[in-house]
Design a protein around this ligand. Structure first.
Ligand code: SF4
Ligand code: SF4
Ligand code: FES
Length: 274
């Protein structure tokens, strides 16, 4: 039986091949045929598998609206949100394969352990605002708001982390590389005009920006259409180059006795000029 090929009263049948297991070595795909209704998304099909065929199937989800980032999986080999992927958008006449994200350890079935991401998040210093201006306010221009707003759309689905070749098949790189989601977070903070932390050395030395060779795979899968490489990673790389490798900046430092800021060193307080 193939996807959406059979009938069951008013409903069509759909065939799914779902990865089941508690570790990569012993798990494998199990095929289920379930009735599907028009307009169903893949997450609905998983609910139907749970209801009719496999009540112990583990699936993580929360919002069913594309906003919590919980239901990420590899659907027909591509990372997608199960709640935002309509069955009708997938090729007809073929089983739909659903697998857990490959970059993270499996907990059970489609649920992976994404704690790597939370550990990386803890290492990024939080927003630290500049002092208030004399009139008791802080101001930013609208274009400054617009520039960082894109990064705030991240729903932490971790699909960009899942496709990044630096960590997908290289567990050994996870220590030194934080991945595109955290370059988005670092860019959001670095480009915030009211933030006073300097995270450029941190980005280079502890988050492994140099590992990224701008393949853009992360950008292609982002469900929020964040321009991860063009708007976050490349500007961060430019800032690292300016700070550490720009000969003019080097000459200026020699001339005025400055040195590049070191890891954890704070930036001098910015003058309040507007
Ligand atoms: S552009 Fe960089 S961060 Fe994004 S997937 Fe490629 S190597 Fe990874
Ligand atoms: S940047 Fe995009 S792909 Fe990456 S975690 Fe955020 S929303 Fe998901
Ligand atoms: S369930 Fe929240 S994004 Fe899919």
């Amino acid at each position: 039986m193939t996807a959406r090929s059979g009938s069951n009263g008013g409903a069509r049948d759909v065939t799914v091949r779902v990865w089941r297991g508690e570790d990569r070595a012993s798990g494998g795909f199990v095929q289920y045929d379930v009735p599907a209704d028009p307009g169903m998304v893949v997450l609905d099909v998983m609910f139907r598998v749970q209801a009719l065929r496999a009540p112990d199937l583990a699936v993580r989800w929360n919002c069913k609206a594309g906003k919590c980032g919980s239901c990420s999986a590899e659907i027909n080999g591509r990372p997608k949100l199960m709640c935002m992927t309509r069955v009708s958008s997938l090729p007809e006449g073929e089983p739909i394969t659903i697998a857990p994200m490959a970059t993270f350890p499996v907990i059970k079935d489609l649920v992976t352990d994404v704690s790597y991401n939370y550990e990386k998040a803890k290492t990024i210093p939080a927003f630290r605002p500049a002092p208030l201006e004399p009139d008791g306010t802080r101001r930013m221009y609208q274009e400054e708001v617009d520039r960082v707003q894109e990064f705030r759309k991240c729903i932490e689905c971790f699909m960009c982390q899942n496709v990044c070749h630096v960590i997908r098949d290289h567990e050994e790189n996870k220590e030194a590389f934080s991945g595109p989601r955290f370059f988005v977070r670092l860019a959001e903070l670095e480009m915030h005009p009211l933030d006073t932390h300097d995270r450029i050395e941190l980005t280079r030395a502890k988050h492994g920006l140099g590992f990224c060779n701008i393949t853009k795979c992360c950008t292609e899968v982002c469900p929020e259409s964040i321009h991860i490489t063009d708007n976050a990673i490349i500007p961060l790389k430019e800032r690292v180059v300016t700070e550490f490798y720009d000969p003019l900046a080097w000459a200026k430092r020699r001339l005025f006795g400055q040195r590049p800021r070191q890891l954890g060193e704070k930036e001098p307080a910015a003058p309040s000029d507007r």
